[in-house]
Design a binder for this molecule. Sequence first.
Ligand code: NAD
Length: 498
Amino acid sequence: MLNHTLEDWESKAAALNIRSRAFIGGKFVDAHSGRTFSSTNPATGEVLAVVAEGDAADIDAAVAAARAAFDDGRWAHLAPEDRKEVILKLAGLLRANLEELALLDSLDMGKVITDAVTIDVPGAASFFQWYAEAIDKVYGEVAPTGSGDLALVTRVPVGVVGAVVPWNFPLDMAAWKASAALAAGNSIVLKPAERSPLSALRLAELALEAGVPEGVFNVVPGFGPTAGKALGTHMNVDCLAFTGSTAVGKMFMQYSGQSNMKPVWPETGGKSPNLVFADCENLEAAADMAAFGIFFNQGEVCSANSRLLIERPIRDRFVEMMIKRAESAQPGNPLDPASRMGAIVDETQTMGIMEFVEAGKRSANLVTGGRRVTVNGKGCFVQPTIFDDVSPDNPLARDEIFGPILSVIPFDNEDEAITIANDTVYGLAASVWTDNLGRAIRVAENLHAGTVSVNTVDALSAVTPFGGMKQSGFGRDLSLHSFDKYTALKTTWIKYKP
Ligand code: NAD
């Protein structure tokens, strides 16, 4: 499929059979209210699908289905090795349906098809595979009691997991939550983002095909303040896994306090710094990755390296290198395999990005980009944009823009770099480029971020936890630590005659 042309992808897109109704109890159903909303392709403005608009009534139905499925043990009581087989089959089905899933995400939120095919869908399949293979290797504990007592500490599924996810990696964000939660034996009600609900609906259908029993995996598309809030405040949801903005993450913590005190696991925004020191020998590699770190996925990445901190002696040279890379990453038709950057998710997001850009033109030094553009006369596209001389208190350096906008901030020494890097309410990720091992370790130790990448950006894998510090939230996806969210520790204390 890497040989497909634009025309190939366009004809495959035209032939898609898009699922657009809620998936509850193993069936596609209309919203209780009968209401719908349009899912639009941001590259063309065309309506892709008319989607069921779930609200509190649909969340109620989905939670009831999930609760019934959990309580009768049809999934939770399966031996871990049996759940493993089903989830491995699901990973295989994702691979078998790779083109369709990649197209759904590309059309729904504007990412380039090449990334969806090579990164998003293979990533989702690998996460399901990883948790399937992990779940029958998670042991409990025997506590050190004396003779006459046997105390077992086991991990049990929490029950009904509510998951609310954003639109920037629609399939992957759903997979991050569902893979670990399902492997641990829970039932799920997933609310995808209203801007990109399509791949999650297909994922739930594939899960059923793989053998996940009816009612175990439910998907309710709808809006945040209605469907999302109903899930967050539901008395019968046992845990809420959230990925999205910091503002909404805080709301979910309030919803919990207003309802049943369910644990809430927020994974929220970021304003990640990328520190390039003059002793970095391979500046070409550093520039390649710095460009990837902000222009990949149109900059709509929670851990995007949106602040480039450069040691002053190499600043002019490095900015020149970055300008070249920005110029060669101009947005194009997301379905064209030659495109490196796609469309911004929608008009609202595009306008929000352009407000930052216009204000930035008055307060910093625009060195490339800075314009909204169209492709074939249509769509929401923004040029890769770089501002130099950004003062650390400029909104360009403080706010999460969630677009292809890079702010360059020069520094004079290591201490200053660390101070600027940590001067943010966020703490999701950070990168450091240096060939001085001592400095790499020192700086990494002092950066307040959930992941620090050294001589790379955005290091991420199923084998390491991903999540933040400070107002980037405290939930962790990926690695065995994800089971901390989806399992409860249970003590069973047995008295016996010694
Ligand atoms: P968002 O917070 O607006 O929406 C996220 C989800 O919350 C959506 O499903 C939305 O419908 C729902 N929601 C919105 N308002 C709600 C409300 N009042 N009550 C209940 N639910 C509500 O975020 P977004 O614009 O979809 O995504 C972008 C954000 O996600 C960025 O801040 C980005 O950094 C963050 N993000 C974080 C990570 C991470 O792992 N930390 C990963 C990806 C994206």
